[in-house]
Design a protein around this ligand. Sequence first.
Ligand SMILES: [Zn+2]
Length: 392
Amino acid sequence: MIVFEFKARQPTEEQAKSIDEAIRTSLFIRNKSVALWKNGTSVKRMDLQRNCKVLASQFPWARNLNSMARQAAADRGWSSIKNFYDAVKNGNNPGEHYPKFRKTGRSVEYKTTGWKLDKSCKSIRFTDGFSIGRLRILGTRPLSDFVDIIKRVRIVKRADGYYVQLSIAADRKWEKPPTGRCIGIDLGLRHFYTDSDGNRVGNPRYLSRSLKKLKARQRKLSRSKKRSNRRRKMTNKVARQHLKVSRQRRDFVVKAARALIETNDLVACEDLDVRRMVRDRSYSKGISDVGWGSFIRSLDYFASISGSTLRKVEPAYTTQMCNRCGFTAPKEPSERSHRCACGLVMDRDHNAAINILNKALHSTAGHAETTTLVDIKSSATGPSVTGCKSGG
Ligand SMILES: [Zn+2]
C-alpha cells in the first residue's frame, strides 16, 4: 500500500461541520464494535461487520455514513482487539493493550465507494449522507494513473486543517544496486546514532529549536487562565507546534533511514523492545521523544522495498563487550569511552555499533536469510568487519 496525503483547501463551515460529524459517527461505530466484543463471548471480526447493519437500523443518523465506511469503522475496532490478542500471544504486557473506548476521533475512512475524484484529480467529492461535498486538494501528485486502484480514502483532521489520504494498492519497488557494504548502528540519546565506521549522526538543530519553542508555548499555556479565549487560541498554537515538530522529526528520520539503506546491503541495529528493558531503564522517559521507533520502522520499510536486509540483534553486552578481544569492559552509563585491558580505547558507541554489526553477521548461521549474507561476505576481502565494507 502506498499512501498519498494532500492537504484539503479550507472547507466551508458547513463542510467542516459535516466532516466532524462523519468522524464522530465513525468513532461511534468503532466504540460500539469494541463494546460488542467486550460484552460478548468469542466475538469475531465478522460479527462486528454484521453489527454495522444493526447499528444502522438502531441509529438512523449512523446511516448517513457510507456503508463501507461503517465497515471500515468496525474494522478499526477490530484492529484494537487484534492488537490485544497479539499482545496476549507474545506476552507483551496485554493489560496495557486491552481495547479502550476512544473519546475523540481524528479521521474517517472510506473504502471504494462514497467518494469520487474529479477528472483533473484536483478535488474529491464525498457522496454519502453527510453531504460533505467537494473538497479541493492541494499538491501536485500525478494521481490520474492510480484512480482505479485507490482502495481507501481517509479524511484526517489536524490542528492546521483537514487532509485527504488516498491508499493505493501497489507495491513500491526501489531499484537499488547492491553496494557490498554492511553497517551496524548504535542508537543513542547524545547522538541520534553512531555507526560501526565511527560516524555520528546527530539530531538536527532545527528540531531542537522547534522543541524549545514547543516547550515555551506549553509553559505559557499552562499558566493561562482556564476557559479563556486566549487559552483556546494558545491550545491551537501548541497543537500546531506539536505538528511541526512531529513532521520535522518524521522527515529527518525517514531521510536518515533512506540514506542508510541506500548505502548498505545490510543494516544491523538493536531490537528496541528488548533494549528498553536491558539498557535504558534509567532514561526511558526520553525514548519516545527521539523517534527511534519510527526510525526502525522506516529502515524496515526501505529495506523491504529495496531488497536490503535490516537485522535486529539482542542488545545484551553490546556496550560492555570489547569488539577486539571479546572480553567485558564494564562501564558506567556516564562513561563515554571504551577502555579495555587489551589496550583498545575508542568511543563507547562506536564500540557498541561494531559489536551490533558483528552480532548480526554471526547470528545468521543456519538461518534462512544466510544467502543474503553470504553474498555480502563473498564480495569482501576479509572476514573482519571492515573487510565487509571493502566493496564500497
Ligand atoms: Zn579488548
